[in-house]
Design a protein around this ligand. Sequence first.
Ligand code: SAH
Length: 311
Amino acid sequence: MQSSTIDPAEVDAVQIDPQKKASPLPRREGDRGRVSSRNPIHHPHPAPPPSRGRVHNSSGYRLADEIPVLTRDLFRFLRFAVLPVFLCLLTPALAPASDDFYAKARARMVEQDLRKRGIADARVLDVMGRVPRHAFVLPSDRFRAYGDHPLPIGEGQTISQPYVVAFMTQAARIKPGERVLEVGTGSGYQAAVLAEITDHVYTIEIRQGLARGSADRLKTLGYARVNVRHGNGYHGWPEHAPYDAILVTAAANHIPPPLIQQLKPGGRLVIPVGSTTYHQTLTLLTKDAAGKVSVDHLLDVRFVPLIYKSP
Ligand code: SAH
């Protein structure tokens, strides 16, 4: 039994690699043995005040006179030649990336992280190659939006790893015209992926700030038909039920019965089930034409927890 706690920012929608050992928890800023400038123990001999005028050594010569000419020339060279070149090289990395940069990063993601790892549904690959994931992450994370990992989206929540988004979408086998419910809107990225496949997407988010932010973002990006609601998705969205597919993008320790009820005969429910703090198994529940349900266990994952009670 482990006794450590997990920072929610470290958790989410990431496929568990069985080869990788659990890494130790990251140290926080405060853990780094800060040295207090007020603590006299760290400053037994206060440093002399900086000299403003010429600096002399004990024998009265200017120190600058002692620096060999070659070294001085080297300093000049570094200052006037190397530094500007270095800054020029650095500028593109600091500037906002271009559409071309994102398109290339997205194409790489589809090939390396999705197709080569077994995502085979042509429609899912096509959609993942079109939705601008960088528009759903924090501005400071845009340059790494297409990396093989989840990213923070604020309020301690995360946008899932691209592979997990593609895997869940593929497992739900959504066809154009079908009605889909997502529980856990977060950034709105998974909802946008679904909206590229069908016009009938409903998504619920329990955190008001995220619900508002993703509704605005989806509108701005041309996904105005996605219906976003602030509320507790544990209870589903009965007004628009039944659904052909339901995706839950937060970790549950059981399958919420209202979601099973709101699934059509022939419907698919994809949900991470297990410990809400540690690992879960991505689970596919299928309801047959007679209303009988069967369950398949698909993939080991780690999601942020599903909240059961409304705050
Ligand atoms: N699908 C999202 C990421 C999901 S992160 C994306 O593409 O960005 C999980 C989200 O589920 C969080 O935003 C969290 O606030 C939300 N959540 C947790 N419990 C919920 C509940 N009971 N109902 C609705 N949303 C919930």
